[in-house]
Design a protein. Structure first.
Length: 81
């Protein structure tokens, strides 16, 4: 696979993960965990689900930064004389 295509597919996958994971985390924790399992009020469930979504966003961004940092170390440009 070409380097540009590989880079694009990696960035696309992480972008989708960064967008979708906090949204999914919010709704899953709100409806199934906080309101369903714990019986928290709607307002409280919204607040705690938003907190969980922000935590998930930070995890997703951290994974992307980690991958980008170590990918850059692994692929060193060759010196051309």
């Amino acid at each position: 696979m070409e380097p540009q295509l590989s880079t694009f597919s990696t960035i696309l996958a992480y972008s989708i993960f960064i967008i979708a994971s906090p949204i999914a985390t919010f709704f899953v924790t709100k409806f199934f965990f906080f309101e369903g399992l714990l019986g928290v009020s709607s307002t409280g469930a919204n607040i705690w689900s938003a907190v969980m979504a922000v935590v998930m966003l930070h995890i997703a961004m951290g994974l992307y930064i980690y991958r980008a940092y170590f990918e850059a170390e692994r692929v060193k440009p060759e010196k051309v004389d």
